[in-house]
Design a binder for this molecule. Structure first.
Ligand code: FRU
Length: 489
């Protein structure tokens, strides 16, 4: 039975989405088309297709009582819209169906596990983990929800901040990790297990911030990759730490070994994405053995700003990326399926740049562009800049300084106002002046993949479509190779 609230959301979508011009939407990044979205939810393979849900308020471009919006894809690039999947229509989730995940059950059903938020009359709040079973379009909430609630918390664990279950199956058992606020005022990741996905017990605290990495830890994900255990979390209120972590809500990757006791022995700790807009990532394993990640491409600290007032949506997802672990670090590359959409190859080799230059045929706003820079001769150039989305007062620039070993992205002329964070500098591996940057550009975003995915950096940008120029600027002589494809999606 479809509740009044869910019917209302679906009717709203049916009425408004068909009227939206595709020219206003990203070409290949997921948005809600109407309303507001945040975190990716329920990223899972179901009956041979990848489903993606998201935190969603269909009715306005601002965050409000959360629904789950829904899309699916066969190749991570072309997405098909499906009707709203969950509405906050039960007593235990009346204040929001918060983030969660999904899995295909052996009996053919699609299982969603999400956080139900319930505020009490006396001003308290409970976050509990709830189930819904469905067929890829319609979902029925489990009659005995919630299935994980505060009595399973460790001592001192907060029932107000207990959310974002990520589910997977291992050795015939279901496992779930959630975020939780501990009594020291900072976050932890809890591990639960179950034989039937209905009756759960707590196994361990996988890892905790102990006030080192921000406060509450949101949206955990835990998986094995390339022989290591990888824990992803999104800490709130990070203090900012040199060039590694930005201030506010950011992301953290912990790599190590998960013991039989369910506790992670950490070996390395780093940020997941070095841009300004990347939060709450979630991963899915693919049948061909890949681990694919997607995140909300937006920074919580700038959500009150509408760079373009007239857009029907707010919030977009990153391009899905393939993950690997190498030398204790996460490597990210755009999913290989993107290559099927490349057209109009333009390439240049060994172009010497000293000063500012443009190259015939190198321009566009729906692009897969790779720029490889190296010194020309024995002298190291001082800096190299790639300007994209350039024209009539607009430019987004990426500057590499080989002497400092840093990349600085400046998007202060990309459509965002002055008062938001528009600069991001991060350290890259020293390769004596050699650097390769792959740019993925869409209408409202720029994603960078540095040195074969050693670092990814995501930025929402909002210059007008006509700002499609690309130029190169070198202080000192540099040699570049370029390969550009337009993305025809
Ligand atoms: C992260 C988050 C989650 C929560 C959801 C609410 O962005 O705060 O912890 O479930 O957003 O929309």
């Amino acid at each position: 039975m479809q509740s009044v609230l869910l019917s209302k959301a679906r009717e709203y979508e049916n009425e408004h989405i068909p009227k939206i011009s595709p020219a206003l939407l990203p070409r290949f990044h997921v948005t809600g088309e109407v309303g507001w979205i945040n975190d990716p939810n329920g990223f899972s393979l179901y009956r041979g297709e990848y489903h993606l849900f998201f935190q969603y308020n269909p009715y306005s471009t601002h965050w409000d009582t959360m629904h789950w919006g829904h899309v699916k894809t066969r190749d991570f690039i072309r997405w098909e819209r499906l009707p709203c999947a969950l509405a906050p229509d039960e007593s235990y989730d009346k204040d929001g169906c918060f983030s969660g995940s999904a899995i295909e059950l052996r009996d053919g059903r699609h299982l969603l596990i999400y956080t139900g938020v319930r505020k009490t009359d006396d001003g308290d709040e409970y976050q509990t983990q709830c189930l819904a079973f469905g067929d890829g379009i319609n979902y029925e909430k489990y009659e005995n929800n919630p299935v994980i609630s505060d009595e399973l918390l460790p001592e001192g664990g907060s029932h107000v901040h207990f959310r974002d279950p990520k589910i997977w199956e291992s050795d015939g058992k279901f496992c779930v990790v959630t975020g939780n606020l501990t009594c020291d005022g900072s976050g932890a990741v809890l591990l639960f297990e179950s034989d039937d996905a209905v009756h759960w017990s707590r196994v361990s605290t996988v890892a905790a911030s102990e006030n080192r990495f921000g406060r509450m830890w949101e949206c955990p994900d835990l998986f094995k990759l390339d022989g290591k255990d990888v824990l992803l979390v999104s800490p709130q209120e990070m203090r900012g730490d040199g060039m590694e972590f930005i201030f506010g809500n950011t992301t953290l990757c912990l790599i190590g070994e998960l013991g039989d006791d369910g506790v992670l022995t950490r070996e390395t700790e780093h940020t997941i994405d070095y841009g300004l807009d990347f939060y709450a990532p979630q991963t899915v394993p693919t049948p061909d053995g890949r681990r694919v990640i997607i995140a909300w491409m937006q920074y919580w600290n700038s959500v009150e700003i509408r760079p373009v007032e007239t857009l029907p949506f707010f919030g977009q997802m990153t391009l899905p990326r393939e993950l690997n672990v190498r030398d204790g670090r996460l490597i990210q590359k755009p999913v290989r399926e993107l290559e099927n959409y490349r057209k109009n190859r333009v390439s240049y080799t060994d172009i010497s740049v000293d000063g500012k230059t443009t190259l015939p045929g190198i321009r566009g706003r729906s692009l897969d562009l790779t720029v490889a820079v190296r010194p020309d001769g024995t002298d190291l150039y001082k800096s190299f800049i790639v300007n994209v989305a350039e024209g009539e007062g607009y430019v987004t620039s990426i500057r590499y300084r080989p002497d400092k070993g840093t990349v600085l992205v400046n998007r202060s002329r990309s459509g965002w106002p002055e008062n938001v964070m528009n600069h991001r500098e991060f350290a890259v591996r020293d390769r004596q002046g050699e650097i390769t940057i792959r740019f993925i550009l869409d209408r409202y975003s720029m994603e960078l993949f540095v040195n074969g995915g050693e670092q990814a950096a995501s930025f929402a940008i909002f210059p007008p479509e006509e700002a499609d120029g690309i130029s190169f600027e070198s202080k000192g002589k540099a040699l570049i190779n370029i390969e550009q494809y337009t993305l025809d999606i």
